[in-house]
Design a binder for this molecule. Structure first.
Ligand SMILES: CC(C)(COP(=O)([O-])OP(=O)([O-])OC[C@H]1O[C@@H](n2cnc3c(N)ncnc32)[C@H](O)[C@@H]1OP(=O)([O-])[O-])[C@@H](O)C(=O)NCCC(=O)NCCSC(=O)C[C@@](C)(O)CC(=O)[O-]
Ligand SMILES: NC(=O)C1=CN([C@@H]2O[C@H](COP(=O)(O)OP(=O)(O)OC[C@H]3O[C@@H](n4cnc5c(N)ncnc54)[C@H](OP(=O)(O)O)[C@@H]3O)[C@@H](O)[C@H]2O)C=CC1
Length: 390
């Protein structure tokens, strides 16, 4: 590339404040924007390798706090205050309100029921029978494939491999547990090693593409709904009719009826989630805590379930089958992100399931609040009041 249009980089140390300044000056020369505020930050740039390239500064997102949220989980237990980074006014208020309903109902029960991270290579053969024979060989050699994959990581464990044939190719989907990490880097490396072992040892050799796009990484898919990518986590509770009436001004029977209507609408639209807005709580929590924000695409998909009880109380549940989150790796060690994880008690070994339970409980709180706001008629007015620039 021509020198005059190439963004400045340093071979020795690209992560100094001086290099960031040099790049901002370059951008000012090219665009006229000095990026003065972006260039004012408090973190030590030495923490950034592994998280960003061509660093020029910090984008400040406002963070609000919602809660308390009572969670009766297997890993998350107690009353939590939840950091939410968003620019959508009314969201923090709404999540807080939903959390009040949950807490005054005795808390939400949360359960992680399954967890796998995938990498899915595709292998190419001359015809369908050869592809099928390869699949059998993979099953017979699972232990060796597993050993090759796990040689690259002290944490990741290969649990099983799904397989599908299409024409003369065989798609494999490697499923790993990944400790406290989300695991995309980890499983990419492990699967590469496994595929190389296969290529060397399969009679006649085997050609492959490391990702045949059935992972499905950073894309929503029905496959993820059925075969959990990340954590499959459920948050459930029974809301007392008196509590819903007192805080939301909404009758549980009306909530049940409205939810049937909303379910049908979501079905017609082909939405990946049938509740009101899983993506809002997930995105705000992800940004606050250093998760990979692009994984909101997979993570927000799910099912919102309701069941009116004979006594008028209402059972509500959120199932998130592909919640991709971590308390180690990615952006979780960055300074402000670490503070937010700390306030949730989610720093240290063995905390990823706790964090997943908190995310699911937060989603349920937001869905209760927004679902009721739409019924009660304060959805639009609250956004007029709290959610618009004046
Ligand atoms: C805004 C509220 C909560 C007011 O609701 P309200 O009932 O008037 O609130 P309240 O004053 O009675 O207070 C109740 C609780 O709400 C919280 N709360 C209340 N106000 C604040 C505030 N200013 N700051 C912080 N917290 C606040 C707080 O927890 C408070 O308890 P308290 O602390 O008083 O014991 C309500 O109207 C609301 O939830 N609105 C809905 C907003 C929302 O969820 N928007 C989502 C946008 S995404 C979307 O629109 C998706 C959609 C709808 O398109 C999907 C679809 O099509 O289905
Ligand atoms: N490469 C890709 O295709 C993609 C990458 N990403 C990015 O990948 C990142 C997530 O990858 P991920 O592999 O989770 O992250 P990292 O690579 O940042 O960290 C995971 C590594 O940390 C080590 N580790 C140490 N302690 C633990 C522990 N308690 N639990 C788990 N791991 C531990 C492991 O090393 P070891 O294995 O050596 O033992 C593990 O492989 C995200 O930031 C995301 O943005 C996202 C999508 C696709």
């Amino acid at each position: 590339m021509r020198d005059d249009i190439r963004i400045p980089r340093s071979k020795e140390n690209d992560y100094t404040p001086e290099m960031a300044t040099e790049r901002r000056k370059f951008i000012e020369a090219k665009t006229g924007e000095p990026m003065t505020l972006t260039g004012q930050y408090t973190i030590d740039t030495g923490v950034l390798p592994g998280n960003i390239e061509n660093f020029i500064g910090i984008c400040q997102m406002p963070v609000g706090v919602a809660g308390p949220l009572r969670i009766n989980g297997e890993d998350a237990q107690g009353d939590f205050y939840i950091p939410l980074a968003t620019t959508e006014g009314t969201l923090v208020a709404s999540y807080s309100r939903g959390m009040r309903v949950i807490t005054e109902s005795g808390g939400v029960t949360t359960t992680v029921v399954e967890q796998y991270m995938q990498r899915a290579p595709a292998f190419l053969f001359d015809n369908a029978r050869e592809a099928r024979a390869f699949g059998e060989w993979v099953k017979e050699n699972f232990d060796n494939i597993k050993a090759a994959a796990e040689s690259t990581t002290s944490v990741g464990k290969l649990k099983h491999i799904h397989q599908w044939s299409v024409a003369k190719s065989r798609y494999l989907r490697f499923n790993y547990t990944t400790g406290d990490a989300a695991g995309q880097n980890m499983v990419g490396k492990a699967t590469l090693m496994a595929c190389e072992w296969i290529k060397r040892n399969y009679p006649g050799g085997a050609n492959y593409l490391l990702s045949g796009n059935m992972d499905t990484d950073k894309k929503h898919s029905h496959l993820n709904m059925l075969h959990s990518r990340g954590k499959r986590v459920i948050a459930e509770l029974t809301v007392k009719k008196e509590v819903l009436k007192a805080i939301m001004g909404v009758d549980t029977k009306m909530l049940a009826k409205a939810t049937v209507l909303a379910n049908t609408g979501a079905l017609m639209a082909g939405a990946a989630y049938n509740g009101p807005h899983a993506a809002n709580g997930i995105a705000s929590l992800f940004i606050a805590t250093g998760q990979d924000e692009a994984n909101v695409v997979e993570s927000h998909a799910g099912l919102f379930t309701h069941e009116l009880q004979d006594n008028g109380d209402i059972y509500l549940a959120v199932t998130l089958p592909s919640l991709i989150c971590a308390t180690f790796g990615g952006g979780t060690a960055l300074p402000t992100q670490r503070e937010c994880l700390n306030m949730l008690g989610c720093v240290g070994k063995g905390k990823a399931n706790k964090f997943a339970e908190i995310v699911a409980a937060t989603v349920l709180a937001g869905d209760i609040s927004l679902g009721c706001a739409v019924i009660a008629g304060d959805w639009v007015s609250s956004h007029d009041q709290l959610g618009r620039n004046r």
